[in-house]
Design a protein around this ligand. Sequence first.
Ligand code: ADP
Length: 633
Amino acid sequence: MSVSKRKFKAEVNKILDLMIHSLYSHKEIFLRELISNASDAVDKARYASLTDASLGIEGADWKIRLIPDKEAGTLTVRDNGIGMTRDEAAEALGTIAHSGTKEFMKLLESRDVKDNPELIGQFGVGFYSAFMVADQVTVVTRKAGAAPGEAVIWRSEADGTYTLEDTEKAERGTDVILKIKEDARQYLEEWELRKIVKQYSDFIEYPIVMDVVRSKPDPDDKEKSVSETTEETLNSRKAIWLKEKSEITAEEYNEFYKHLSHDFTDPLRTIHYRAEGTTEFSALLYLPKKRPFDIFYQDYKIGPALYVRRVQIMDHCEAMLPTYLRFVKGVVESSDLPLNVSREILQDNRTVAVIRKNLTKRILDTLAEMKRDDAEAYGAFYEEFGRILKEGIHHDYERRETIADLLLFESTKTEAGKKITLAEYIERMQPEQKEIYYITGADRASAESSPYLEIFKEKGIEVLIMTDDFDDIIITGLGSYKEKEFHSAIKGDLDLGEGNKEEQKKEYGDLLELMKEELKGLVGEVRISGRLKDSAVCLVAGEHDLDPKMVKMFEAMGQVVPKGQRVLEVNPNHELIGRMKTLFAADRGSAQLKEYVGLLYDQALLLEGDRPRDPVAFARAMSKLMAEGVVKG
Ligand code: ADP
């Protein structure tokens, strides 16, 4: 059939441009990426052979072959894996199937990717890295189950287009043929290929073979030598997770992590163990150092790779890990699962549930250990993943205490950027203090300057500062820690034994009634404040109401939220409130007094970071008052 010429999607061109013009270091990773794709393709074929006998590929001799050809200047990476149809080739090698593409492009523009080539691997655009070393790439592929005449040739010179052409191919699988650039000819050398495979792809399960030519003495004439070609396997193929810990070096662990995660940085921690007993499995898990940029995307893949009897069943088994541990990468191998297990079966499989529980415990234990023994490393981990881990308080009721032990917060008494645990907070509590106080806010500065903290400052009481948007939900859900209740500094009544509230209540009772009447529909109650020192008033949410920050967030998402009845708190020790009381005693119906009440309410809104109800009217009233003050003064 015909040759058809097609255009790459815009993002492919961008990636290609970047590959070719910006990435100078680590060009050799192209081979790792191509071998990794070949290995994935073989995994898929092997798995298909188990579940679909009609493909007729059982017992195949799975293999990845490197064919350097110095004369032609080409390097071929050949596999006998699943292959691609014409449509699949166009889809897989002409677009980037990733929902976060736009964000990724932005990220590329904002950072210096020359120093961060790992970003590319993480994003799964491995194939295109071939263009770092090749000026033309040809892919000849035949899908498993398709006839020899149903193969296809994909070809591109990274000039914005590629071609597709029908062809014949005798064997199932894919050949990726690179026309090696002049300045990259070392990738045609046997020793160089051998070195790269050893470094990056040693644990690939399938043999990576190459024909090597050796000269040996001619048996007929000892003076001469003859050359002999033999097929050599370049990788040791050891499933690292099945080996004994003592047999594995730190480098091997790190290399395997990079292979799994496409990360370029070494992992923060490695967890490797074998569980024996009724359910047996091996697990090799890693905590990364840095948060992958796509971890908050919908299509972020959760869970370790799952192997059953050395066969990879899936590259991410989400049933194996709770989502709040989705930053953990790794491999789990169990022989207690059937080979043809599907995702649906895994969701409520007993063995999987046991493994999941065990992995969860191990990971949380490791974090607890790290927190205890290496606070600095734990702090760095928490910066990257604390926000995700915290979701566990909400989702994993059974372990919420354990997760709460792992939380870190800044407080009004920590240096900026330094964090403490809840246990440390409790240790530092004032002798008479009964509750754990916290304040939510957009950032530390705005939380710290808020009027809600006045009394705490005065009394030297530490308040935890929480800046993640869902902190209030998490903390409300947790309720208490080590039998100490949490109390939001901006919610509910506060009684820190300040002043004589009962007397003040009587003294100001009538004024407060008037204020309540004036603010009908806006606040449910007006009361004497136990938290103000310098400010005259503030608005407080009911103890069981949603945090105002959450209310705003939900509203921004277009949701209607029950706000509860707000409370206006009044500081009886403030000069203004004293004067209002005098005015009230002289003239209960004073129009000026009513105007003040309205202005105070608007001020309270301002203090919360909100706008006055009617900014223009507010400004006018303020100006009027100031003018009066100036005249009088
Ligand atoms: P990723 O491997 O992360 O998906 P790549 O850009 O490396 O990204 O590859 C894109 C897609 O091309 C793969 O997901 C796969 O569908 C297809 N592909 C690449 N190489 C092969 C191969 N050797 N055999 C079959 N399919 C392949």
